[in-house]
Ligand binder design. Structure first.
Ligand SMILES: Nc1ncnc2c1ncn2[C@@H]1O[C@H](COP(=O)(O)OP(=O)(O)O)[C@@H](O)[C@H]1O
Ligand SMILES: [Mg+2]
Length: 390
């Protein structure tokens, strides 16, 4: 268990490249923190600075109230699991797991107890006598994680620990990691480019882009209240639909115009957009695939979702989608195509019979739409709820 705090941490590599900029984060004791972002955004660099494997160019790193910038990796009380986990090939699983404890001179009975307990938790207790060469990829990865956990690190750093595994095993290991975090209550800092891992495992997600933190928040908040278009597009699969729009007003009714389509804004949204100076500006409308409904469905839903204007007119409207691809996924159907010439995707119930070539009318859930400034990418409807960002 550990508190870690990064204050204005920066990394400039010797070739002058600034890989991490003004990184500010306070990691709470026992928290599962995930750094997520596209390849090259500085996730590993930041983690390596925490580990002591990379020099901090400027700023401060505090671990449990102690300035840690100049501590050797071994003095920081942390352990690390990498993507390419290393096991000693000529040692059994048991010896691999016991190795770190032996080096630290622990008693044999203690080592034995810890190894067996950890192995049981990770469901590798039946593999203790095997050599790594006789293990599957997933089993090897569990042993690698086990040989770190057995040392009960107060801070566990994991850099893409599941990326070498196939999809099914990754799913299983995700669940195992969540259990491990519950049982060991270690502070975990975890790096991944996989937004699904971030969404399912993290207490809080740190979304990064080009060396800079975009947003720090819980998975729910990141999903529902993204700070900008980058975060909105990076988190969620299939990703959010984006459509250039302009916000206009006629007879006191505010609307979004996208090509030929017009969506009437509910008064609350209209007010917020006006307050944010969005009127007349080029904006990007963001709608998640699950927040679009077929027009006939929407009419059934209308009772709940239709927000009445002053004159009794309902907000919302329809967007026409030219369907090009239909993906039946069993529990749901994804339709891919174009809305006003932009790529778009909608998630519908499996009962949907629409096929490629058809054009369907879709109604967005106006309570869920996002609006971004086309120039800056800022979310005009962002609600600063926690004040904890950056
Ligand atoms: N030793 C280095 N010298 C110069 N640039 C580096 C070095 N290591 C990494 N970089 C660059 O820093 C950026 C961030 O790298 P990294 O932290 O590994 O990204 P991520 O883990 O998010 O994929 C990348 O553009 C990478 O090319
Ligand atoms: Mg990396």
């Amino acid at each position: 268990m550990a508190n870690v705090s990064l204050v204005n941490v920066e990394k400039t590599y010797s070739n002058g490249f600034r890989a991490v900029k003004r990184f500010n984060l306070e990691i709470r004791d026992g928290e599962f923190i995930i750094f997520v972002g596209p390849s090259g955004c500085g996730k590993s660099t930041t983690m390596r600075m925490i580990a002591g494997l990379e020099e901090i160019s400027s700023g401060e790193l505090w671990i449990d109230g102690q300035l840690a910038n100049f501590l050797e990796p071994g003095q920081r009380g942390l352990s690390m699991v990498f993507q390419n986990y290393a096991l000693y090939p000529y040692m059994s699983v048991y010896e691999n797991m016991a190795f770190g404890l032996r080096v630290h001179g622990e008693k044999r009975t203690e080592i034995d107890r810890k190894v067996r307990e950890t192995a049981k938790l990770l469901q590798i207790d039946h593999l203790l006598e095997r050599r790594p060469s006789a293990l599957s990829g997933g089993q090897k990865q569990r042993v690698a994680i086990g040989s770190v956990l057995v040392r009960e690190p107060k801070l566990l750093l994991m850099d893409e620990p599941l990326s070498n595994l196939d999809a099914k095993l990754r799913g299983q290991m995700r669940v195992e990691l969540a259990k491990i975090h519950k049982q060991f209550s270690s502070t975990i800092v975890y790096v991944t480019h996989d937004q699904v891992e971030a969404m399912t495992l993290a207490d809080r997600i740190v979304v990064m882009k080009e060396g800079e933190i975009q947003q720090i928040a819980s998975p729910n908040e990141i999903y529902n209240n993204p700070i900008n278009q980058f975060v909105a597009g990076f988190i969620g699969s299939p990703s959010m639909n984006f459509l250039p729009v302009r916000c206009g007003v006629e007879n006191g009714i505010f609307f979004l115009q996208a090509g030929e389509s017009r969506l009437v804004l509910p008064p609350i949204l209209a007010k917020r957009i006006k307050d944010q100076g969005g009127l007349g500006k080029e904006l990007i409308l963001g709608i998640r695939p699950e927040d679009l409904y077929r027009k006939d469905e929407e009419q059934e839903r209308a009772g709940q979702s239709g927000i009445l204007q002053m004159d009794g007119k309902k907000s919302g409207g329809e967007l026409l989608m030219k369907v090009m691809v239909r993906e039946g996924l069993g529990a749901e159907v994804l339709l891919h195509g174009e809305i006003e010439g932009e790529n778009a995707c909608v998630k519908l119930a499996p009962s949907c019979v629409t096929s490629p070539g058809e054009t369907i009318a879709l109604c967005p859930d106006m309570k869920k739409i996002k609006l971004f400034d086309a120039q800056t990418g800022d979310n005009l409807l962002y609600l600063n709820m926690t004040g904890s960002n950056g």
